[in-house]
Ligand binder design. Structure first.
Ligand code: GDP
Ligand code: IMO
Ligand code: MG
Length: 426
């Protein structure tokens, strides 16, 4: 059995897309299992950059079958736009398939997301892509699924029921004009026709591949701290990016998953609102943002930056059951005199090593740091661990020791080839 989950260990944007692309060279399938086009995954091949939102990152390699799984929410207009762009750049979508059980993002989801962000005091800082409202409709059981694109009479009925309810909310609560049934039906009839051939029973396909000992990679979007249950609630996304999400989001039994690979940036970033204990708001934060190019792939927002937080790292290692860590963007730390690692939180005079549930208490948590000397060398061209500066190796060793998990790949630049391999993952 050879099925691997790749998850983000922080607040997203760890470099999951890059790593999926690297591992895809030896895989047969790449499967997204949650999230939607709130994700922005970057793959860089010989300087050419691909920003992927719904397309699994394996698509760039052109070697794997790519499946958008049952747990994903799909905005069909965005997906079709991405497919068109990829083909225009010489790529292929022949091997792309969509689960018939995936839910469809409708215009009212995006509108509701925008309205809540604009008018609610409890704004989250979402990507405004309609993700939360789409998952809410799924759970409320009035969602529309990809399978409905195969029976447009059923689609039309479901559209009427859901839209009538949403228009009551838009007009009576938000004082907004209603959305047009005819326009949505016409637009979505077009999307359905364009996507129909891609819709499959992905459960059959994936489980058959597993039986045949094919290598399947499950691509997580978002990350540990954005998980609906375990993240910094309510400043989270509306799905389960952690490894448990694979079983419900891809239709694969827990025992069929061989390993979970955590992707962790050598420092921390976060987009959107919510607590961030190791945040650096001054010059140092600005330096990480500039050198690391920390601007959102989906919304273009500046990412908040800070030191690596191993309280978060430990939490991610435990909940996901990590076998390997891929440490990314360590090249961004080159040139700093001192580097800090957070190993605990001080809250109301007490030291905590476990990640607390109370989001409120995190706002006044003080990070407990270990300090390390930095290194001056540019490490972005290094391919052998031995060639890394001693100070850099010390930093990596401390991370491994603290998290009790091996670092198997060190990523030293955005390009597919900028990696140091320490241990074969598969
Ligand atoms: P994802 O959402 O986890 O796939 O990550 P993003 O693509 O949103 O953000 C990661 C950013 O860092 C992208 O611009 C990548 O091209 C870039 N990147 C990935 N790994 C490295 C690395 O090791 N070093 C540097 N400097 N950039 C990297
Ligand atoms: P990738 O896959 C970073 C954040 C948003 C916001 C919160 C909720 O590229 O790592 P949502 O639109 O999901 O309801 O927003 O989650 N967020 C991400 N942050 N990377 C992502 O994806 C994210 N997807 C959502 O900024 O704070
Ligand atoms: Mg991203």
């Amino acid at each position: 059995m050879a099925n691997y989950v790749v998850v983000g260990m922080q607040w997203g944007d760890e470099g999951k897309g890059k790593i999926i692309d690297v591992l895809a060279a030896r895989a047969d399938y790449v499967v997204r299992y949650q999230g939607g086009n709130n994700a922005g995954h970057t793959v860089v091949v010989r300087g050419e950059k691909f920003a992927l939102h719904l397309l699994p990152s394996g698509i760039v390699s052109g070697k794997t079958k790519c499946i958008i799984g049952p747990g994903v929410v799909i905005d069909p207009a965005v997906l079709l736009g991405e497919m068109k762009e990829l083909v225009a750049r010489g790529g292929s979508v022949d091997n792309l398939f969509i689960s018939d059980r995936a839910h469809i993002v409708m215009p009212w989801h995006v509108k509701m997301d925008e309205l809540r962000e604009e008018f609610s005091e409890g704004r989250i800082g979402t990507t405004k892509r309609g993700i939360g409202p789409c998952y809410a409709d799924k759970i409320t059981r009035i969602g529309i699924r990809a399978v409905d694109f195969l029976q447009m009479d059923v689609f039309a009925k479901k559209l009427k029921i859901a839209l009538d309810e949403k228009n009551e909310i838009f007009t009576k609560i938000y004082n907004q004009p209603p959305l047009s049934y005819e326009k949505i039906l016409a637009d979505y009839t077009e999307y359905a026709a364009a996507l129909r051939d891609k819709i499959i029973d992905s459960i059959e396909e994936i489980n058959k591949a597993i039986e045949e000992d094919k290598i399947v990679l499950f691509e997580g979007a978002q990350a540990m701290m954005l998980d609906i249950t375990y993240g910094t609630y309510p400043y989270v996304t509306s799905s389960s990016p952690t490894s448990g999400g694979v079983t419900t989001g891809a239709g694969v039994a827990p025992g069929k998953i061989s390993k979970c690979i955590g992707v962790m940036k050598a420092y921390t970033t976060r987009v959107g609102d919510g607590p961030f204990v190791t945040e650096l708001t001054g010059e140092l934060g600005e330096r990480l943002r500039t050198v690391g190019g920390e601007y959102g792939v989906t919304t273009g927002r500046a990412r908040r930056c800070g030191w690596l937080d191993l309280v978060v790292g430990k939490y991610a290692a435990n909940i996901n059951g990590l076998s390997d860590i891929v440490l990314t963007k360590i090249d961004v730390l080159s040139g700093l005199d001192t580097i800090k690692l957070c190993t605990g939180y001080e809250i109301d005079g007490k030291i905590h090593h476990a990640f607390p549930a109370s989001t409120e208490s995190l706002y006044h948590a003080k990070p407990v740091y270990e300090e390390f000397p930095g290194w001056k060398e540019d490490i972005s061209g290094i391919t052998e661990y031995e060639d890394l500066p001693a100070a850099c190796k010390t930093y990596v060793k401390r991370i491994e020791e603290f998290l009790r998990c091996r670092v198997s790949i060190i990523s030293v630049g955005p390009d597919r080839v900028q990696n140091i391999l320490l241990h074969e993952i598969f």
